[in-house]
Design a protein around this ligand. Structure first.
Ligand code: MRU
Length: 340
């Protein structure tokens, strides 16, 4: 496969490397992810993370394994193992469904490479289209709040919610971004803060528990978040803490905006109740970077939550925007072509 480089994926000499998102921002460390075992380990440890990126990394690896001579049966097994690596983000399943179609073509080796590269290319274009569409909804002088990390680190392009913020910043419309640190793994504090710094976007880091009080003081104009899976009725699964932001935004009259490519929409699940929500090891709450911060107790660690559609003002996708989402509007959206 040709040499390839995105913010957090690299293909060189038939090997896949990932930028270790657990080492950032202290260290920019690239890790080998050229076997199923290695990539699944990185996905489990959130060294590779973010809904679009998980699917893209798995697709690239399958293509590379095919080029290295793995049989169709071995690749089918690899595909199933990768598919099971994280349960919530549906981009992984959608991307791998497309790779599976390529796998059943007679000439599956070039078909898999072409499909993986197409997915990367598409993701870049989707991010651009989404960022353009979303930025039109950002008012000059905006003070926005974002959660988790939805930038170039989590996609092959400029990102989703963070892509909107980056383009709105280029348009001179951002006064400040409040960055939720996003406990327990600090995707906001470590990754979003780093990306916004690189982009020169003005931001201030806050703890997740500060959002309601900032809204009450009138310091937040809109909340912009990404999504891991959007159900047919417009309910949104995203990083834990998103739901409480939506409740608080509704209470304070703050606009609540969700940004995702249409590959995040899963019409096969009727509502958020049917979305599998990952629960992770409680040690993630008990320790920070391997250092224990709590007594040796049980900890409950669901890492995603569901925001009901009726708390959402707008869902922005590459196919267009949906205001006050519901099942009929989501179904209509999925029939549309891409915006630009
Ligand atoms: O557990 P993570 O870090 O993979 O969770 C990521 C999120 O919740 C993001 O908001 C989502 O995947 C969108 S990334 C463009």
């Amino acid at each position: 496969m040709q040499t390839l480089q995105t913010t957090s994926l690299r293909v060189a000499g038939n090997q896949l490397f990932i930028l270790d998102q657990q080492a950032l921002p202290q260290e920019k460390r690239w890790l080998d992810a050229s076997t199923v075992e290695a990539l699944v380990g990185h996905i489990h440890a959130l060294r590779v993370r973010g809904a679009p990126l998980i699917g893209l990394s798995a697709s690239l690896l399958l293509a590379l394994l095919a080029e290295a001579g793995k049989s169709r049966d071995e690749l089918a097994l690899a595909l199933d193992t990768l598919r099971a690596s994280r349960p919530t983000a549906v981009n992984l399943m959608n991307n791998l469904d497309r790779m599976k179609q390529a796998l059943w073509q007679e000439d599956f080796v070039p078909a898999l490479s072409a499909e993986a590269l197409r997915l990367i290319d598409e993701d870049k274009q989707l991010c651009d289209a989404i960022a353009r569409a979303g930025s039109e909804l950002v008012k000059p002088g905006s003070r926005l709040l974002t959660h988790c990390n939805t930038g170039g680190l989590a996609t092959a392009g400029v990102g989703t919610a963070l892509g909107v913020i980056a383009v709105a910043h280029q348009q001179g419309k951002i006064a400040n971004v409040w960055v939720d640190e996003t406990r327990p793994l600090l995707q906001g504090g470590r990754l979003t803060a780093w990306e916004l710094g690189e982009l020169g976007v003005p931001y201030q880091l806050i703890t997740d528990s500060m959002a309601a009080s900032l809204m009450a003081k009138g310091l937040v104009d809109a909340v912009w978040v990404g999504a891991d899976r959007i159900a047919a009725n417009g309910d949104v699964a995203n990083k834990i803490g998103t739901y409480q932001l939506a409740v608080n935004a509704m209470h304070h009259g703050v606009r609540f905006m969700v940004v995702a490519p249409s590959s995040t929409i899963d019409l096969s699940v009727d509502s958020g109740e049917d979305i599998p929500l990952e629960e992770r090891d409680g040690r993630e709450l008990l320790e920070i970077e391997g250092r224990r911060i709590a007594p040796d107790v049980d900890a409950y660690n669901p890492v995603f939550d569901v925001t009901p559609a009726d708390l959402i003002d707008v869902i922005v996708t590459e196919k267009g925007i949906v205001e006050r989402p519901d099942a009929a509007k989501m179904a209509q959206l999925m029939c549309r072509k891409r915006l630009h």
